[in-house]
Design a protein around this ligand. Structure first.
Ligand code: EPU
Length: 450
């Protein structure tokens, strides 16, 4: 049983700067074989925090072994929870929390600290958390979170790198989110389950990872339901108990390997990929001509030498998710004709295309909403639509990963490019993809670590 006592990427007392590793990728080899997707990062990390809502043990299975889970487990340990891992199972025992303050050392590490507010307020009546990190893909403010918690009776102040919150008892409230934010929905959920009275979240997010979190909370004794029109209704209960829960498979990782198969002219059976979570993605794959076969235990993705262009808009679930956009854009660089991708969730999620252009891709960015409907970024100064003209051969390059999902698209760009590419910043990709090196290697990629 391994305990979380040291961090993979986060060191509070660094001795010397570690040598930066990089991937060397030789392009041109088709990826073939079978890969098993890990549990979803964006469910597991939230579910670890949910374990703070009870002093009984919470056991999570299918927890991915990735940097973001490590950082989250370290934050739990930091406030006195016992967190242990055996294989893909993580057990959290929060019976003896010692502090309502998540150390400032975690400032900027990921987006999870803000979710500690509700559970810590329930346990201590106060909470202090560090500022957030996560990928630089837009403003990523937390105004929806703060306003919602204030409605629930929480007093919050932000000073320097910390947020301080106080509430003797959280109260149920009716909250209408300005946009169906994943994080804000989860934050209200984690705060509402033990609040006094009923909380209604309107215009809420309902991503499969949020439904998975709701399932864990229900198993812990919460009264929680999803109604029509993006509405969650949560009746506060007097206490929650321990539970055991299997984390859903990662649909972003599944889509990433699907794109890798199609792009490299290969064939990959993506074990555990779930059709129900990927309807929009599978429709898009069908439209551009990528063959796939849904099986009981996963989805087999093939390839075609006749990729077709498409018009796609990213959206909240059940739409085409923003985290599928980057590997999919890579795929479109090899489609025959003009494709359009309109990013409507984040204002700044095309920065990564600079490096792809450098490798030979024909991608132009535009301020206008080029999809079928105008989005929040209409008439604002954000290049959030892309026109991609393909197919264009790609040349190898030395590139640095700017953010997690762009990172995967760089890997697959290198896998089809002519020559050897060097990819740095790989710790960013290891934050969210379990054993990415081993998985690509097993599928036949020409990849090594230097
Ligand atoms: N927003 C606000 N104010 C808020 C909250 C959100 O303006 O208080 C805006 C954001 O700036 C953004 C939009 O609303 O433009 C959506 O943000 P959301 O809150 O839904 O995103 P998040 O919770 O910060 C999670 C995932 C992201 C994923 C998005 C959208 C985690 C840890 N992160 O982020 O995943 O892209 O939902 O589905 O769950 C990733 O895994 O690489 C990743 C970036």
């Amino acid at each position: 049983m391994a305990f979380y006592v040291s961090l993979r990427y986060h060191q509070r007392m660094p001795t010397k700067q570690p040598k930066e590793h990089a991937y060397l990728i030789q392009g041109g080899k088709p990826l073939k074989g079978r890969v098993k997707v890990a549990g979803a990062k964006n469910a597991a990390t939230k579910e670890l925090v949910a374990a703070l809502l009870t002093d009984e043990k919470v056991i999570l299975r299918n927890v991915p072994n990735i940097g973001d889970v490590d950082v989250t487990a370290e934050m739990l340990t930091d406030i006195g929870a016992k967190v242990s891992r055996r294989g893909d199972q993580v057990t959290v025992d929060a019976s003896r929390l010692k502090s309502s303050k998540v150390s400032e050392a975690f400032s900027g590490k990921n987006r999870i600290p803000i979710l500690f507010l509700g559970p810590l307020l329930h346990r201590f009546g106060e909470a202090v958390i560090p500022s957030l990190g996560g990928c630089s893909i837009g403003g990523r403010t937390v105004d929806f979170h703060i306003e919602a918690l204030q409605k629930m009776g929480v007093a919050i102040a932000c000073e320097g790198k910390t947020y301080t919150a106080r509430a003797k008892k959280l109260k149920g409230a009716v909250i209408e989110l300005p946009f169906p934010s994943v994080g804000a929905t989860e934050n209200v959920m984690l705060s509402a389950v033990l609040a006094e009275g009923t909380t209604i979240i309107r215009n809420a997010a309902m991503e499969p990872e949020i439904v998975d979190l709701a399932m864990l909370l229900q198993s812990m004794g919460a009264l929680i339901k999803l109604e029509v029109n993006r509405t969650w209704v949560i009746e506060g209960v007097g206490g929650l108990h321990g539970a055991s829960h299997h984390v859903i498979p990662d649909r972003i990782e599944a889509a990433s390997f699907a794109a890798a198969a199609a792009l490299t002219g290969g064939e990959i059976f993506v074990e555990d990929a779930r059709q129900v979570d990927m309807l929009a993605y599978l429709n898009a794959m069908r439209r551009i001509g990528v063959p796939y076969e849904v099986r009981d235990d996963g989805i087999l993705f093939g390839s075609t030498d006749n990729l077709q262009p498409i018009v796609v808009e990213t959206d909240v679930h059940p739409g085409f998710m923003t985290d599928w956009q980057q590997p999919f854009v890579m795929l479109l660089t090899q489609a025959k004709g003009v494709s359009i991708v309109h990013e409507t969730v984040y204002e700044n999620r095309f920065g990564y295309t600079d490096a792809l252009r450098q490798m030979g891709a024909n991608i132009q960015l535009h301020h206008e909403c080029l999809g079928s409907k105008p989005c929040r970024y209409q008439n604002r100064d954000y290049r959030h639509s892309a026109i991609i003209v393909g197919p264009t051969p790609l040349q190898a390059a030395d590139i640095r990963i700017p953010d997690l999902r762009a990172g995967f698209s760089y890997l697959i760009a290198a896998l089809v490019a002519k020559g050897q590419s060097k990819i740095t910043g790989i710790e960013i990709i290891e934050r969210g993809y379990e054993n990415i090196f081993g998985k690509l290697k097993k599928l036949g990629a020409g990849i090594k670590v230097i």
